[in-house]
Design a protein around this ligand. Structure first.
Ligand SMILES: [Zn+2]
Length: 281
């Protein structure tokens, strides 16, 4: 018997039975590297079925997850950024905006919508990391402020989903003013006795952590989310000490009292709805 002949059965697959997997059919987890069928991954709320890694999502995916039948009305959908400082770094800020709009299909780093969640009306503002690192400029601040206004006017709860690198440097001082503006609006919501839940997702840092993201009646986070103000290197250099293990993870923050609880994305909608039912009629 010649050594180059195939003797094993089932090796010679007829061409019509050879199937190529189309692109995008499998999701490979960046954490455990295992593959999941994209349909199954989606059914699992975009969390890894092997290690529970929570894939980073944009506003549309969260709206689909949380609003009944994925239906919602977007508020201020076309609000766009101005260029008050005529800022130029490697390119002019307006050019960067146009380019990012094309790439991401978004008009800024936050979207606000009103809809129904398990039968009750709610306003949700959700940040998009895909738009200049989810940075907070005047549009983000204004959309959140108006989202809060919507909740105030209709007496419905407000949910903020944060995912941000912090203030948008191209708007400098105007970005920082958003911290005060959103915080003041949240104070009005508090005075009216309307609940505000803040969900911190991976990553939430800088001026966002330092303002609305930490001002919830409940501050909650997704598992494994990076949450902090300054980056670890800056802190290490400032305090001249090594940082503890797991520093700036949601789990570390929960242990140290900065968060109320961590919620698995698969339970997010049910938990939000039961929490609202408990604290608000
Ligand atoms: Zn995984």
């Amino acid at each position: 018997m010649s050594w180059f002949q195939r003797t094993g059965k089932g090796i010679n697959t007829p061409t019509e039975l050879k199937r190529e997997a189309p692109d995008g059919l499998w999701y490979q987890c960046p954490e455990c590297k295992q593959a999941t069928h994209t349909r199954e991954h989606k059914q699992n709320s975009f969390t890894c079925i092997h290690c529970n890694y929570h894939e980073k999502l944009g506003s549309e995916a969260y709206f689909q997850l949380l609003f009944d039948e994925g239906k919602y009305t977007e508020l201020d959908a076309n609000m766009r950024s101005a260029d008050p400082l005529e800022f130029v770094d490697t390119k002019a800020y307006p050019d960067r905006i146009v380019q990012t709009e094309k790439k991401s299909g978004l008009v800024d780093a936050c979207r606000t919508a009103e809809g129904i969640m398990h039968g009750k009306a709610i306003t949700i503002s959700c940040m998009d990391f895909g738009f200049i690192g989810g940075s907070m400029g005047s549009v983000v601040g204004e959309k959140i402020a108006r989202g809060i206004d919507n909740s105030l006017k209709k007496k419905i709860p407000f949910l903020m989903i944060s995912k941000s690198g912090g203030a948008r440097m191209m708007e400098a001082g105007f970005s920082l003013m958003q911290m005060a503006k959103t915080s003041a609006k949240l104070a009005l919501l508090d005075r009216a006795g309307i609940p505000y839940i803040s969900l911190l997702t991976d990553p939430t840092t800088g001026g966002v952590t330092a303002s609305f993201a930490m001002l919830g009646d409940f501050n909650i986070a997704e598992p494994g989310a990076l949450i902090g103000f300054a980056g670890p290197r800056i802190i290490r250099e400032t305090i001249g000490k090594d940082l503890p293990k797991g520093f700036q993870t949601a789990e570390f923050l929960l242990e140290h009292g900065f968060l109320d609880f961590i919620v698995d994305r698969k339970d997010l909608k049910d938990k939000m709805a039961s929490l609202m039912a408990m604290i608000y009629k």
